[in-house]
Design a binder for this molecule. Structure first.
Ligand code: BGC
Length: 431
């Protein structure tokens, strides 16, 4: 599978894409687009939008969509159904309870790939293929992204963005104070450990991390770094042995990384760990590029106040995830939901949202000059790097597998298991 993207003013090379997710990609929608069709709200009066974007850059991004809704559909009232907790750590369980109680919101956030597939297989979301035709969306997203939203030729959500999971965010002053060159890059985990030793010797936390899902985000990047793109993708298509010695070595690196982190990690969420870098109490943080939105929301300047680079050993990879919005079965205000999906898919909505969120537009026709330097780099990287699916953010594995992996990670990092047991539990998790 390959994703080809072209942005205005940028030549998009063919990205070598390793997104598996074959279960989601059984059909294409080739309906003709109908540009300009945007007035479907009719008698709609409200739309309850369920996300986990409640503060900082995430809220600022949501606000961009809300402003676009007010502009395009002044008669649709926005009801904020957001539930705090990074990566949906609290929202997803609550959403599941609501769906099972036949009390769905009008639309909810779902990750493209295996997580969305769970909702589709459970019959919880509606086919929105017709809206692609109505809103002129059929040709504005990369076909391979559409494939991740499609089952049996039917498309089940509208993508809002594309995020990258494998980024390091760092404080240049902390690095300088530890005798390190902030411009240095690290080819391997081993090289990076040397820098972390220097930070520790200078009395600061080398690597900040937060609660379990952020540790899983960290783990996926170590697996990318140590197994390489093919080996990492093989974890999800069954061709890489979870019980093998390369996996053991990668888990040893993960254990070493955790040893550099703040001990209060389990009581923190991702903004707290990012804040440690901002405040200069930690040197590095591994996080998806919603961190860029957060830093920018705080008025910080990239290059001066913070720096960024791909996790050492993953420079050639783009850890892919995408937020998309659904039309749940039984949505009480379907017309309001359709208005929201129109906004989410629109050029205006994608620009307003992504500029603040740190992500890049899912649409291929957005103007890169409207985005930050980080985002312009991400747009170029998405076009040229090997695309690999994020585990922590629903692209690589079904929710049940992610939950089992997360449980194993939590047990290990809280001292409840040794490395061999951890590896056994991961083997069992992917079953
Ligand atoms: C979502 C992002 C969000 C991040 C942290 C990810 O799962 O895709 O939109 O910013 O979690 O909450």
């Amino acid at each position: 599978m390959r994703i080809h993207r072209k942005y205005t003013g940028l030549v998009a090379g063919a990205a070598a894409v390793s997104l598996l997710l074959a279960a989601c990609s059984s059909g294409n929608n080739n309906n003709n687009a109908t540009p300009g069709a945007s007035s479907t709200a009719g008698a709609a009066t409200q739309v309850e939008v369920f996300t986990w974007w409640t503060s900082g850059g995430e809220k600022a991004g949501l606000d961009g969509l809300v402003a676009t809704l007010a502009d395009k559909y002044p008669n649709v009232e926005f009801i904020n159904g957001a539930v705090a907790g990074g990566a949906g750590s609290a929202a997803k369980d609550l959403l599941q309870s609501r769906l099972q109680a036949n009390d769905p919101p009008d639309t909810f956030q779902a990750h493209a790939g295996m997580e969305l597939n769970d909702y589709i297989q459970a019959g919880q979301v509606q086919d929105v293929s017709d809206l692609y035709t109505q809103f002129g969306l059929t040709d504005v997203f990369p076909q391979d992204l559409l494939d991740l939203l499609t089952v049996d030729g039917k498309i089940y959500s509208v993508p809002a963005n594309i995020h990258r999971s494998n980024m390091v965010w760092a404080n240049p002053t902390v690095l300088t104070d530890a005798g390190l060159d902030p411009a240095a890059t690290y080819a391997t985990m081993a090289d990076w450990f040397v820098a972390m030793d220097a930070v520790q010797a200078a009395g600061q936390t080398a690597l900040s991390v937060a609660t379990t899902w952020t540790q899983v985000n960290l783990l996926e990047t170590v697996l990318m770094a140590d197994l390489g793109a093919d080996g990492y993708v093989g974890l999800w298509d069954g061709t890489t042995d979870w019980a093998g010695s390369e996996m053991t070595a990668a888990l040893q690196d993960f254990e070493k990384l955790i040893s550099y982190t703040n001990t209060d990690r389990d009581g923190l969420d991702w903004p707290d760990a990012a804040q440690m870098v901002i405040d200069g109490t930690a040197a590095f943080n591994v996080m998806g590029d919603w961190a860029a939105g957060e830093f920018d929301a705080q008025g910080l300047t990239a290059g001066t106040d913070y720096i960024y680079f791909p996790v050492p050993g993953t420079d050639s990879m783009f850890g892919f995830l995408a937020d998309s919005f659904t039309l749940p079965v039984g949505a009480p205000h379907a017309d309001g939901a359709k208005a929201w999906l129109d906004v989410v898919g629109s050029l205006e909505g994608q620009t307003a949202f992504n500029v603040a969120k740190g992500s890049i537009p899912a649409r291929t026709d957005a103007d890169p000059s409207k985005f930050t330097e980080y985002q312009q780099g991400a747009i170029a990287d998405f076009a040229s790097k090997t695309i690999v699916p994020s585990l922590a953010h629903g692209a690589a594995a079904p929710t049940a597998v992610l939950t089992a992996i997360s449980d194993a990670v939590s047990k290990f990092t809280t001292g409840g298991s040794d490395l061999a047991t951890f590896q056994d539990e991961l083997v069992a998790a992917v079953g």
